[in-house]
Design a protein around this ligand. Structure first.
Ligand code: PMP
Length: 341
């Protein structure tokens, strides 16, 4: 099963380094209790997160990954005919849920340096007065980031009635200066994080949202109380207790990012500076050529991602894997660039 049909699985920004061994032990011990539902109040897990973040239990709610929480967010806050705002081509799940709910999705293009255009987002928010502004920091698929102070300036400018959904899926990989303090809490700001990336637990489906207790209570009204499994809750608690594992993973990811960056440069691609566990590389060529290159790489058994949105469609996005995954990618890239089978 590992890696599916691909030789190297570098297209979903998972962590090949896996969860902490303590998570595996804890889940093994808890499996016999799998006949019981998980705690609908997720109390112990929320308590562990509260301790980790220096917040109160009432600031936090867990769900089935950020994706599950974003679906709940749309259900809790949006009516058909509302509008929401996001960057064109940024992580799309939120806009999919919004579109499916009959909500109008307004978008703003990226800057020419592949960073999200905070100025244009603020101006659009002032004009459109959307129900929700969705923003990723660090961003997927570019890996780019803004400093916390820039995010704070945007938050100040957004109209009061707009709720800001700040997706921090990659926060653990980012420089401290890019992340708002965990204690930066205010009404109409919800911050989303996940165990899928740095904690290596994408298959557990566990994420959390934190913010003002009033906003968190809104979530509680509509969420499915039993969707978060007992095993995911146990796993989350064990993962938080092993910060050494997290630090080891972060070092490995920093090395892997560096290696991908150098490989891109060697092959004439332009790697974008990344604060996440992947590197986006700009191909010198149009969208069609980039697509062909991506197909040739995938035909060599390497799963990667190619963003399709206008403005980002000459990028290839490669997740950090093991050293041998990186070698497999480099060989596949070399063959793809020179049209060799
Ligand atoms: N947000 C962003 C920005 C992501 O890149 C991803 C995963 N690719 C997610 C959310 C999904 O996270 P989860 O696995 O917690 O649903």
């Amino acid at each position: 099963m590992r890696g599916g049909a691909f030789t190297a699985r570098l297209g979903a920004n998972e962590s090949v380094f896996g969860p902490s061994p303590k998570v595996i032990e804890a889940v093994g011990r808890a499996a016999a209790d799998g006949w019981m539902y998980g705690d609908p109040e997720q109390f112990e897990l929320r308590e562990a997160l509260a301790e980790h973040l220096g917040l109160a239990v009432g600031n936090i709610l867990c769900g089935t990954g950020i994706d599950g929480l974003l679906r709940d967010l749309v259900a809790a806050c949006c009516e058909p005919g509302d509008s929401v705002l996001a960057s064109l081509g940024s992580y799309p799940t939120f806009t999919y849920f919004a579109g499916a709910a009959g909500v109008r999705v307004e978008t703003v293009p990226y800057q020419s340096d592949f960073r999200q255009d905070l100025q244009a987002l603020a101006e659009s928010a002032e004009r459109i007065r959307p129900r929700i502004l969705y923003l990723t920091n660090p961003d997927n698929p570019t890996g780019s980031y803004w400093q916390a102070s820039d995010i704070e300036t945007l938050i100040e400018r957004v109209p009061e009635e707009t709720l800001i959904a700040l997706d921090e899926a990659y926060c653990e990989f980012a420089p401290a200066s890019a992340m708002l303090e965990a204690g930066f809490i205010r009404p109409n700001l919800l911050r989303f994080r996940t165990f899928s990336k740095a904690y290596g637990m994408a298959g557990f489906r566990l994420g959390y949202v934190f913010g003002d207790p009033g906003d968190i209570r809104q979530f509680n009204k509509i969420r499915d109380h039993f969707s978060l499994s007992r095993l995911a809750q146990v796993a989350g608690i064990a993962a938080l207790a092993d910060q050494d594992h997290l630090r080891t993973v972060l070092d490995l990811v920093a090395d892997g990012r560096e290696r991908l960056t150098r490989a891109a440069e060697r092959h004439g691609l332009t790697p974008l500076p990344s604060a996440a566990n992947f590197v986006a590389m700009a191909v010198a060529g149009d969208a069609q050529y980039t697509g062909e290159l991506a197909e040739r790489i995938e035909a060599s058994g390497v799963f990667i991602r190619r963003p399709r949105a206008k403005g980002l469609d000459n990028l290839l996005r490669i997740s950090v894997g093991t050293a041998s995954d990186a070698q497999v990618f480099e060989d596949a890239l070399e063959r793809a660039l020179h049209h060799r089978e």
